[in-house]
Design a protein around this ligand. Structure first.
Ligand SMILES: [Fe+2]
Ligand SMILES: [Fe+2]
Length: 497
């Protein structure tokens, strides 16, 4: 074991050198093999924004503390909010087999969704293709394990299923199909219809899991509103207290015109999609941009602000990558240790990232399913997918959300986020199509309707940081998207300049 640890440490040093990252000797003093292996996985991925890595990296791979989750109806808020899914796990040692199980579970879940498509009713497994004749029509489902453009300019994919692998060729002379194929990302699971050839399949169409076009646009019987916030970043010197104060005055019906006060009076629920505080040690030299340097004090201050929201309005809160909790997804609900004052808010409902809650149900109405995901994987897809970048990248969170809904997965590529391999099911698969999909992380509001799922990315309450300047984010702070649940109309209220 000692030798293996030394070998892993060498690999870490090599990876760091290749990426121009300096590593603190203290980090290499870790003696636990599992810990050091996870660290290596983390470094291999692109999620190390730091130029110098120190011991605080341990936070990123910490095992979660079991949290008591809010589950079932929340009685104190008048049964307005029901938690459908919030990840809960027992701390356990992860084995290599867990990763295999995790990918198999994901494959099975995606296969089930894909099989609902008429054109994929008669698929065959990849090891059975050898029994098929040349030029015979063929339908398969597989995970994309490679994607390359050949010398002739065609696209060559490698698809895998639990029985084998097969090459699939997308011809450049089919411009529409070729354009679609350019959006394919590693590890996503798709269907292919095509024609059998000796060594490969010639693709005729690509089928994505997608959401059904027949989804109903649900509307509540009464005029009520849902509010979508994210990325408060309390503790940052760029936090905008005056704007948040304006928001608090409005939600307390102390500001705004008659119509705006009417909306405030009828708010049914407020969602907050992560990055409640700015955190500590999230990016290099962050401490220079913090007005509150203590994480406990950041949450205390955050709770003081949220306490001013009328306590008959439930606050559904999930964490983000700046919160004091491991960043591997699913992220457990906010920590009871670091964020204790938040748990004292008697209208707060803490859920994991991602999570699904249902609001506004009644005897005659099924209510709205709201999926919350902070959006950590978005960075990867903006960087990797040309069509997303060409259509606005970070300015169009709605297109990124649509991209993920179409793939029915919140982080379809292995490298798009850090994750904990759950052996029972993949919690990042979008099994149930939500009525609302809320995200944050981008710091700029975007809203859209995609096949009757309302996509909303929250704004933020923080001015532009030097880090955002560097990575090309264009924050648009202090906006609050609100949805009239009776009409499904969306309005964006501005509390800033
Ligand atoms: Fe944020
Ligand atoms: Fe974030």
């Amino acid at each position: 074991m000692q030798e293996e640890i030394i070998k892993k440490k060498r690999e870490i040093i090599d990876t760091c050198l290749k990426n121009g990252v300096l590593i603190s000797p203290k980090l290499l003093e870790i003696k636990d093999y599992n810990h050091i292996s996870k660290l290596f996985e983390l470094l291999k991925s692109k999620h190390t924004d730091s130029a110098v890595l120190g011991l605080e990296l341990g936070r990123l791979i910490e095992e979660p503390q079991p949290e008591k989750l809010a589950e079932g109806y929340i009685e104190k808020t008048g049964e307005k909010v029901k938690v459908i899914f919030s990840h809960k796990e027992e701390p356990k040692k992860r084995e290599t087999q867990d990763f295999a199980d995790y990918f198999n579970n994901r494959y099975k879940a995606m296969e089930k969704i894909l099989k609902q498509h008429q054109e994929l009713k008669n698929t065959i497994s990849l090891n059975k293709i050898q029994n098929k004749k040349e030029k015979e029509k063929i339908t398969i489902i597989g995970m994309v394990s490679d994607k390359q453009v050949t010398k002739n300019g065609n696209m060559l994919l490698m698809l895998e299923d639990p029985t084998g692998r097969k090459r699939v060729l997308v011809n450049k002379n089919r411009p529409d199909l070729f354009k679609e194929a350019k959006d394919l990302v590693m590890d996503e699971v798709i269907g292919i219809t095509g024609v059998n050839a000796e060594t490969m399949i010639f693709a005729n169409s690509i089928v994505w899991p997608d959401t059904p076009s027949s989804k109903e646009l649900k509307k509540s019987e009464q005029e009520k509103y849902a509010l979508f916030l994210s990325d408060l970043h309390v503790g940052s010197s760029k936090f905008l207290p005056d704007d948040f104060e304006k928001f608090l005055r409005w939600i307390n019906c102390e500001a705004g015109n008659e119509q705006q006060r009417h909306i405030a009076k009828n708010v049914e629920c407020i969602f907050i999609a992560g990055d409640l505080v700015d955190g500590c040690g999230i990016y290099p030299e962050q401490d220079k941009e913090l007005s509150i340097k203590d994480i406990y004090q950041q949450y205390r201050e955050c709770a003081e602000l949220l306490k001013q929201i009328p306590n008959n309005i439930p606050l559904v809160i999930c964490p983000g990558n700046h919160d004091a909790i491991r960043i591997s997804e699913p992220q457990p609900p906010l920590s009871r240790n670091f964020a204790a004052p938040m748990y004292e808010l008697n209208n707060a409902i803490m859920v994991s990232n991602p999570s699904m809650v249902n609001i506004s149900s009644s005897a005659n109405f099924a209510g709205f399913d709201v999926m919350m995901y902070h959006g950590y994987s978005f960075d990867y897809f903006v960087a990797e997918v040309d069509s997303l970048r060409n259509q606005g990248g970070y300015d169009r969170a709605d297109l990124i959300m649509k991209f993920l809904l179409k793939r029915r997965h919140l982080a379809p590529s292995h490298l798009s986020t850090l994750y904990i391999p759950d052996t029972k099911k993949d919690p990042l698969v979008i099994e149930k199509v939500p009525d609302f999909f809320l995200s944050g992380h981008i710091h700029k509001t975007a809203t859209a309707n995609y096949r009757n799922t309302t996509l909303i990315c929250g704004s933020c309450w923080q001015g532009k940081t030097s880090f955002q300047e560097k990575v090309g984010h264009n924050p648009e702070p202090s906006r609050v998207p609100i949805v009239n649940l009776q009409t499904r109309d969306i309005k964006i209220l501005k509390f800033g300049q």
